[in-house]
Design a protein around this ligand. Structure first.
Ligand code: SER
Length: 337
């Protein structure tokens, strides 16, 4: 069997670690990783080669590789990007642009399709106030595309860049097979929660931070209001959706950008769930105006009917399954609570 060569950028991040583990379980891939950091022990042995350093300067290293699939996960998340805007733009936009050019070049050189998987975000949406947020409910991909944050602007623009490169460096070779050379596909993820890793620099981080803190018997001061509602997803579902979209035949895809959703909860509901599992823990609410403003601009939920229709998406973990079958059993094992 010929192994497919995949590149995973941002491999040390939460999605990266979980994705590398899943790709390795599948066994059909030669996995090349990239990150600013050395790989953690959990995935070190699973990577055939790790390139450490700033992607913007490291992309030229990859011009000798024949990648079949690129998972471009490296990014500066929303809260961090708001305080280091220029750096965020460099990482989030320039990094993506260089990698798209690489993918276009490789697909042309080898005359074959290169799949480019891009995790976008609910941050690509921007809603003007809480009344509109409430009435908007579950938003569709083409609604409220007016992000309020640098991270959201970066993600939305990179979706467009991916579509641009796909069109001009892909369909140029239209007839007859394969129809797309640079085959760009993007998912808009909600807040993701892993039982094994914690996020850093994001704004949906209050969800995982609160749950991990309660499970360790530590007090937690939540940086958003109790009534703050956005959608969340278990990390195994995020990886499942990424791989389902990767595997979907191109002709089934009526779109390039897809929402994926699992369950929407308020921060207060997270607190109630955490206290039910870990009674007596101390969870308080002390909203930070900047971070509150960011989540207030994100929708309460997203409509993922396109993904369900085009490639059969369905999460394994709704709210109850997330807590009862995934998070609590794993976290109890991890922290022994
Ligand atoms: N989880 C991300 C963040 O909070 C949103 O995609 O920045």
């Amino acid at each position: 069997m010929t192994l497919k060569t995949v590149l995973v950028t941002g491999a040390c991040g939460e999605i990266g670690q979980a994705l590398v583990q899943e790709l390795s379980k599948r066994g059909d891939y030669r996995i090349v990783t990239e990150d600013m950091m050395p790989l953690p022990e959990t995935i070190k042995a699973l990577s055939a080669e790790h390139v450490q350093g700033d992607l913007v300067y490291k992309v030229k290293t990859f011009y000798d590789y024949d990648f079949d699939i690129i998972f471009h996960l490296a990014a500066s998340l929303s809260s961090k990007a708001e305080v280091a805007t220029e750096e965020a733009h460099r990482i989030n936009v320039e990094g993506t642009m260089h990698l798209l050019m690489l993918a276009a070049y490789r697909s042309e050189k080898y005359g074959k399709s290169v799949k480019f998987l891009f995790p976008s975000s609910i941050a690509a949406y921007g809603i003007s106030n809480l009344d509109v947020k409430k009435s908007a409910g579950s938003v569709k991909e083409d609604e409220y595309n007016t992000p309020h944050t640098m991270y959201g602007c970066n993600k939305l623009y990179c979706e467009k860049l991916g579509m641009y490169y796909s069109r001009y460096y892909g369909q140029r070779h239209l007839d007859p097979d394969p129809p797309f050379m640079l085959d760009f596909r993007a998912l808009r993820f909600p807040g993701l929660i892993s039982a094994f890793t914690l996020p850093s620099g994001g704004t949906s981080d209050y969800g995982p931070e609160m749950l991990h803190a309660a499970a360790q018997g530590k007090p937690y001061s939540c940086f958003v209001r109790e009534d703050t509602k956005i959608s969340f997803m278990a990390m195994p579902d995020a990886i499942k959706s990424l791989l389902m979209l990767t595997d979907a035949p191109r002709q089934n895809l009526s779109h390039i950008i897809y929402n994926v959703a699992a369950f929407a909860l308020t921060a207060g509901e997270f607190r109630d769930r955490a206290l039910r599992a870990f009674p007596g823990e101390k969870i308080t609410f002390n909203p930070n105006p900047r971070r509150q403003g960011i989540v207030d601009s994100w929708p309460e939920d997203v409509d993922d009917s396109l993904a369900r229709k085009d490639w059969g998406w369905k999460p394994d973990y709704d709210e109850d399954a997330f807590f009862d079958q995934y998070f609590l059993p794993q976290i109890r094992k991890r922290y022994g609570m």
